[in-house]
Design a binder for this molecule. Structure first.
Ligand code: FPP
Length: 253
């Protein structure tokens, strides 16, 4: 496993750009475990440990919002055993590691169809949000029972209710209104999305919010994804020419 600079005091910021808002699809726990002849649950546990490291590194680099994909609306189709073990791991993680998150000044929030989670986990989410609400360094947003399409459906339904109540006319609907009715409208869209494990897809993660996100993929499996991978992602991101459908500065001249 990578040697993680947990106690690193200075971060190498030369030639890199740190996004304000970052998304990470934590993929590859199963393959990590398989390579070691371990059960998949061991991969998920190693993945959970690594989330702490990612938080520490992102916080120290100056990321303000880190959104991680922990459980999708499609993940319920995994074997019952694995789903159960994941839920137990989540319950354990957020209570047990809160002291560490507190030390790092990390606020905790959740996005997704939280009402569809087991009650015990919903309570953990509520508790975590409540006790961390005054922390300022970085916000960790955990996507639980999350699906980008489900989130857009949620926004559209809220807007439809306003139309039905006569508060707005269909012609008043704008892109901004759809953004404003998503789960966490105050969280900025991610400038960069990182996906370890080599897959080149979004898998229903932040579909609306990622319209202009840069995408960065690495072969490293999530439990091994460390400081060096993150630094490389920020270095490559610094070289991207974000045009938002327009022209680059050089081409405008
Ligand atoms: C994808 O790996 C990972 C998941 C579906 C679960 C993500 C969960 C964690 C990283 C655990 C920690 C999270 C929190 C919030 C404590 P996979 O099982 O799809 O891997 P594979 O593609 O190699 O099979």
């Amino acid at each position: 496993m990578a040697i993680l600079p947990s106690k690193k005091k200075t971060y190498d910021t030369e030639g890199l750009k740190v996004p304000v808002s970052l998304g990470v699809i934590m993929d590859g726990n199963g393959r990590w475990a398989k390579k070691r002849l371990l059960p998949r649950s061991a991969g998920h546990r190693a993945g959970a440990e690594n989330l702490k490291e990612l938080c520490r590194n992102c916080g120290n680099y100056g990321v303000k919002y880190l959104t991680v994909y922990a459980f999708s609306t499609e993940n319920w189709s995994r074997p019952e055993d694995e789903v159960h073990q994941l839920m137990e791991l989540f319950i354990e993680f957020f209570d047990r590691y809160d002291a560490e998150l507190e030390q790092e000044g990390i606020r905790l929030r959740f996005t997704g169809d939280i009402a569809g989670l087991p009650e015990k986990l919903q309570e953990v989410c509520k508790r975590g949000e409540e006790r961390s609400k005054d922390r300022k360094k970085m916000t960790l947003i955990v996507a639980f029972n999350y699906g980008g399409r489900r989130e857009i459906e949620y926004s559209v339904r809220r807007i439809a209710e306003k139309v039905k109540a006569g508060e707005i006319d269909p012609s008043d609907i704008t892109e901004q209104m759809i953004s404003d009715n998503l789960y966490l409208p105050d969280v900025p869209d991610p400038e960069l999305i990182i996906r370890p494990s080599g897959e080149m897809r979004l898998s229903n993660f932040l579909l609306w919010e990622s319209a202009y996100s840069e995408f960065w993929v690495s072969e490293t499996l999530w439990p091994d994804f460390g400081y060096d991978d993150l630094t490389q992602a920020f270095r490559d991101y610094a070289k991207r020419d974000r045009r938002f459908g327009g022209l680059s500065e050089a081409d405008k001249k």
